[in-house]
Design a protein around this ligand. Sequence first.
Ligand SMILES: [Zn+2]
Length: 61
Amino acid sequence: MSPLFPCSRCGVQIERSVRLYREQKGLVLCSTCKDRQEAEDLASTNTADHSTAPENRTSGT
Ligand SMILES: [Zn+2]
């Protein structure tokens, strides 16, 4: 069971692992805010390079 953390943007309670919370240095985003964040990042950098993903998803432990 994962604990609940408030989204750092909208404050909604989201379920995240403590490890992820620490990796993100307390900045956890709900899915909605995360999508917006990524859209803003793309807009700010304004590069059409989709080959590099900012997040490294590790499957399994
Ligand atoms: Zn949010």
